[in-house]
Write a protein that binds this ligand. Structure first.
Ligand code: PMP
Length: 360
């Protein structure tokens, strides 16, 4: 603590991202990055940008909004781009949820940045326990609240909530004039219908997407919010009170190139899904308990008889050069979150996992 810090800085409980190792080369399966390179069109677009870097970028990212609108069948006025979906989410909490009002609802086990934003913006929140099988049931989210946030598929479980259940929540939120944020960071890997189809009938639904996973651009920092014009304007009010140019020229140009190469990304997404299914089957054969995943990761706990549990299993994999993610959190501390890498990387992982599971 420093006496120079504002009360806000003192009270903040910052998010701790997954490790980005510097000291050795791991097979890195810990932060849900895409194992394949971005589209060749992204690399081409990069060359055109350098000469113009002396100029400020377009503050409203109009061309990027238009590209995203074409990609998702919307109007450009229904698109808000940001510096990673973390920033988009951070703005959304500030734009749509209030201090001293009813609590915002989200699951007890979900993306751990949500409570961090609430803390920063002084927003009261209430967590709703996932069911025994780690699914989300809509019931508790139909109650009056200050708003709702659901990651779909959920993270770190990977479990998908079907569209008709999201629609029930959207309807209840609409009736009480609350915003419902659906964080679709991993939706592309689920092959299920997106909540984007709700936007037309539900001006209170904001769908958040990231280019970090599906588009293999985690290093670029690019994310999108998609929703009614009034929600997008709310986000613009917060953004323009913070930073006029969160999307630099490179981020705008490369995001457009990515959004325009649908066939390339469909190809790598299918590969990741096939690898995920193969790994899930193999882990189950080894005795792991594996939750059904609609994401680019698996959430799994070691076989019953295995003496190494959760954090110890994570450490044993780490010693073997394989980095996965472990959360020291009630209910999930026996689980590992394993990002889907290439087939070769996953073979190495499976070999190491089998060796650790069999060690006494
Ligand atoms: N939402 C969820 C559920 C996530 O897991 C992540 C990645 N950590 C994000 C949002 C943020 O993604 P980014 O800021 O890279 O767009």
């Amino acid at each position: 603590m420093s006496s120079y810090w504002s009360q806000r800085a003192q009270k903040a409980q910052p998010y701790v991202p997954g490790e980005q190792p510097r000291e050795r080369t791991f097979i890195k399966l810990n932060t849900n990055e895409n194992p394949y390179p971005p589209s060749p069109r992204v690399l081409e677009a990069m060359e055109g940008v350098a000469a113009n870097l002396r100029l400020y970028p377009d503050p409203v990212s109009l061309e990027l909004r238009e590209a995203a609108a074409r990609r998702y069948g919307l109007e450009s006025s229904q698109v808000f781009p940001g510096n990673g979906s973390d920033e988009v989410l951070g703005f959304a909490f500030g734009a749509f949820f209030d201090p001293q009002k009813e609590a915002v609802l989200f699951p007890d086990i979900t993306y751990s940045f949500y409570p961090v934003y609430c803390q920063l913006w002084d927003i009261p929140y209430k967590t709703i326990a996932l069911e025994e099988d780690f699914t989300i049931q809509p019931g508790p989210y139909l109650e009056r609240s200050g708003g709702i946030v659901i990651s779909n598929p959920n993270a770190p479980t990977g479990i998908l909530l079907p569209l008709d259940e999201l629609k029930q929540i959207a309807q209840a939120a609409l009736e009480s004039q609350r915003v419902f944020i659906v964080d679709e960071a991993y939706m592309a890997f689920s092959q299920s219908p997106s909540a984007l189809s709700l936007i037309r009938d539900f001006p209170n639904v904001l769908v958040v997407k990231t280019l970090s996973k599906e588009y293999s651009l985690a290093g670029l920092r690019s994310g999108l919010a998609l929703g009614s014009r009034e929600l997008i304007e709310g986000l613009e009010r917060i953004k323009d009170s913070f930073n006029s140019y969160p999307m630099d020229r490179l981020a705008q140009a490369l995001s457009i190139a990515a959004l325009e190469d649908i066939p390339y990304y469909e190809g790598i997404t299918q590969k990741i899904i096939a690898t995920r299914e193969r790994c899930a089957a193999r882990l189950k054969t080894l005795g792991f308990s594996v939750l059904p995943s609609g994401a680019n990761f698996l959430f799994a706990s070691p076989p019953q008889g295995c003496p190494l549990r959760g954090g110890d299993f994570y450490a044993a994999l780490r010693e073997r050069g394989i980095l996965v993610r472990h959360f020291e959190k009630n209910r999930i501390n026996d689980f590992l979150r394993i990002t889907i890498g290439t087939d070769d990387e996953m073979d190495e992982f499976l070999r190491a996992a089998e060796e650790v599971a069999r060690s006494k």
